[in-house]
Design a protein around this ligand. Structure first.
Ligand code: C5P
Length: 422
């Protein structure tokens, strides 16, 4: 799970309204607690029908509030204090009913009263049937709330609890967590120095998948975690960040423009369409080969012989972007995932690909880098002639921290250079 250092010590007031997605809010509470966040929960009357106050209290390790008229709660806490002691109010799931109450200023229970009385930022994660979501009444309410500065994550498209398919699924706990971190982060909110504001950056991430036939494909073990963390780090410093990614389970990094592709050819096309950029970081594990003749129909076992897959080399995206030309990014950063003689191979790669920096790491057995949370990397910089200018050895860091540190190094490098797009 990604690290969000910004969440450590923060206080979230989580309002759980009455939707089937309330079960996902239990996971959200756990994740927030793991990040060091204090979580206090308000259950609406409907919410308390989907998850029990006891479960919510146990997970949040705090008292749960659900009754506006409880004298003890009012004397101990009061709905005004309840909503003001938090750093952020999160409504998950936000039902059509509660969103309507928020938009019109109704306050007839503890959840709606708390939301009307708060002076803190509010993030809603809507969840409802797709027709309810698409209804002009709901869309008007959402627009009204957005105009008042209420933030929103989701809803996502997919299968819904009512058996239908469409837009209305509550965002996943990991996505809500990332959105909470983004709202609380002063840099992401544009309140701090943003050394990369006005810069366009491109990041590739994840694996590519290369089809064999309509149901089978060749791929690799890349999780996309490091590439996504780099995109997140760059966006945090204000860069207009385009993330071209193969299929991964990672949530979209806040503030980035995500382009999803499957094959290396598609990744190259998406990268080229994104030019010009100031910086390109190629962190994707692009499949080296693809199948020459992809079968139009599923290959059958019973056709006698075993199929022979003829492979052809995929385009090298990093080398293509590094080629001199009017659209060459001012800084091109590649990765070298090696299992032995890491620095030696990385240095050779720096020259062969003609990129400016290489982030080298050891992905050998036992390092836990592939799919893991942490990474030990070395940053190699090239001279103008392609030789080795310097090597920095970074300590063992979380992938999120590697992303932030690389983004800072990039910001230092591009400072004062002309912009790709002015
Ligand atoms: O050649 P190798 O795969 O070892 O190089 C790794 C670096 O090159 C990474 O930065 C990776 O994103 C990039 N690469 C690429 N396109 C390929 C192969 C690798 O962009 N086809």
């Amino acid at each position: 799970m990604p690290d969000f250092p910004i969440l450590d010590g923060k206080r979230i007031l989580l309002v759980i309204a009455g939707g089937i997605a309330a079960y996902k809010s239990l996971e959200l509470i756990r994740r927030l607690r793991e990040q060091g966040c204090g979580v206090r929960c308000v259950l609406s009357e409907g919410g308390a029908r989907f998850v029990t106050p006891l479960t919510v209290a146990a997970l949040s390790e705090d008292k749960v509030y659900h009754d506006l008229w409880s004298l003890t709660d009012e004397s101990e806490m009061g709905h005004i204090r309840l909503s003001r002691e938090a750093d952020l109010v999160v409504v998950a799931p936000a039902t059509a009913d509660l969103l309507a109450k928020m938009a019109t200023g109704l306050a007839d229970d503890l959840a709606s009263t708390t939301l009307l009385a708060t002076d803190k930022p509010v993030l809603v994660a809507p969840a409802m049937n797709s027709l309810m979501w698409a209804h002009p009444a709901t869309q008007t309410n959402i627009a009204v709330l957005a105009g008042r500065g209420v933030r929103r994550i989701g809803p996502n498209a997919g299968s819904l609890a009512c058996g239908e398919t469409g837009t209305g699924r509550m965002a996943e706990p990991a996505e809500i967590l990332a959105a909470i971190a983004a709202v609380l982060d002063p840099l992401a909110r544009g309140e701090g120095p943003e050394p990369l504001r006005g810069r366009r950056v491109l990041v590739t991430s994840g694996p590519t998948i290369e089809p064999i036939d309509p149901v089978r494909y060749i791929t690799n073990r890349s999780s996309g975690r490091q590439g996504h963390a780099i995109a997140r780090g760059l966006a945090r410093l204000g860069a207009h960040t385009i993330l071209v990614t193969g299929p991964t389970a990672e949530p979209d990094p806040p503030g980035t423009h995500v382009i999803r592709i499957e094959t290396a050819d598609q990744m190259l096309a998406a990268c080229q369409a994104s030019l010009p950029v100031d910086v390109a970081v190629c962190a994707a594990a692009v499949a080296d080969w693809r199948v020459r003749n992809v079968a139009g129909q599923k290959l059958k076992k019973d056709q006698g012989e075993m199929p022979i897959l003829e492979l052809v080399e995929n385009p090298d995206i990093l080398a293509t972007l590094s080629k001199a030309g009017p659209h060459r990014p001012g800084l091109v950063v590649g990765f070298a995932a090696e299992t032995q003689r890491v620095l030696e191979h990385a240095q050779a790669k720096l020259a062969r690909k003609a990129c400016d920096w290489i982030v080298a790491n050891n992905v050998g057995p036992g390092t836990g880098t592939f799919g893991g949370e942490r990474n030990t990397v070395h940053l190699l910089r090239a001279t103008a002639e392609g030789g080795l200018a310097s090597v920095e050895d970074w300590p063992l860091l979380s992938k999120v921290s590697v992303g932030e540190r690389l983004a800072t190094a990039i910001a230092d490098h591009v400072a004062g250079t002309p912009r790709a797009v002015s």
